[in-house]
Structure formats: structure tokens, C-alpha cells
Design a protein around this ligand. Structure first.
Ligand code: PNS
Length: 167
């Protein structure tokens, strides 16, 4: 069975992420979406919330599993016995960072490959930060995130906004 892993912080998952999940899932027998910590970014949603969002929007995809891991991605890939990970590339600006990560992961786990899928053109501009920023100022996020999670995300972003206002 050919298994691949789609890692990310998914804070929160966007339509762009879901597009990559659906396309990558067609290429492999099994796709594991793993929600990880990115130490460079302060998360808005808890790991549990992020996992729940991913589970909700992938529930109809039979060969997709959702997991979380507190540690290095390269170690997780080894533990799950996968030969590769998949990453989405939006534009040239993503490339340098992603290339550095790919080489670092390969150094830690020489048995893994990083495969890049280009983002579909309709999602080239999209990121989790955009979702949070538009939501924070009360904008409509329905173009950016799957329908099933719009309410949950809006509620949480509002709550965070109120906490900031009360400071
Ligand atoms: O969606 P993101 O934030 O671009 O994903 C980055 C992520 C979570 C895949 C990356 O930060 C990661 O792999 N975190 C786990 C720790 C790790 O293995 N870091 C890479 C070695 S420097």
C-alpha cells in the first residue's frame, strides 16, 4: 500500500489545503493529514480544534486519515512507514522556505521524499493568515474555507477579537 503524508499547521484548514488533499489522495492508496506545530507561527486555534476542522471537511474521503504529532515531521514519517510527504506550492515565494524544509527533513530521514503539488490557480492567493485577518475584521470567509467549518471558525475568531479588545 502506498501511503503519503500531508503535513501542515492548518490554522485553520482552507479551501486551498482541501484541494491539495483531494488531488493527492487520488495519487496514493492512503493519505495521512497530520496537524503539526510550526514553532515560527503563533496558532490561533488549538491543535484539537484544527484536527476537528480537518476531520469535518475530509469525512467523505475514504482513504484520508487525520492525525496529530508533537515532534519532528521526519520522525513522524518514519514512525508511519511512509516514503513521502506532499506539500502545496503557491508561488515562487513559497519555494525557498519549502526547499529548505525538504532538505532538512531529508537530512533527518534520508528515506523520505518531498513531493510538491502546485496549488490550483483559483487558490494561489489563499492562506490561513488571510482567513484569520478577514474573519477578525468581520469579513465574509465563505470563499476561503469549506462550508462545514465557517461558523466554528467565525465564532472562535470573534472570541479572540473580543479578548484582544478587552485588554
Ligand atoms: O502549514 P505550515 O505552517 O507551513 O507547516 C509547517 C510544518 C508544520 C509542516 C512545519 O513547521 C513542521 O514540520 N513542524 C514540525 C517540526 C519539524 O519537523 N520542523 C522541520 C524541521 S526544521
Amino acid at each position: 500500500m502506498r501511503t503519503t503524508i500531508y503535513p501542515g499547521s492548518f490554522d485553520p484548514i482552507t479551501k486551498g489545503h482541501l484541494d491539495i488533499i483531494k488531488r493527492a489522495a487520488k495519487l496514493f492508496d492512503k493519505l495521512i493529514v497530520v496537524v503539526l506545530t510550526n514553532p515560527d507561527k503563533e496558532a490561533c486555534f488549538t491543535i484539537r480544534e484544527r484536527v476537528e476542522f480537518v476531520e469535518k471537511v475530509t469525512k467523505d474521503l475514504e482513504n484520508v486519515e487525520v492525525d496529530t504529532f508533537d515532534g519532528l515531521l521526519a520522525d513522524y514519517v518514519k514512525i508511519r512507514g511512509a516514503g513521502s510527504i506532499v506539500k502545496g506550492l503557491r508561488a515562487l515565494s513559497d519555494f525557498e522556505y519549502e526547499f529548505q524544509m525538504a532538505l532538512t527533513n531529508k537530512q533527518i530521514n534520508p528515506d523520505m521524499e518531498t513531493l510538491f503539488l502546485n496549488t490550483s490557480s483559483e487558490y494561489m492567493y489563499l492562506s490561513s493568515s488571510i482567513v484569520k485577518q478577514v474573519g477578525f475584521f468581520g469579513g465574509d470567509i465563505s470563499d476561503f474555507v469549506p462550508e462545514e467549518i465557517i461558523d466554528d471558525i467565525t465564532k472562535k475568531i470573534r472570541k479572540v477579537g473580543e479578548q484582544i479588545d478587552n485588554r
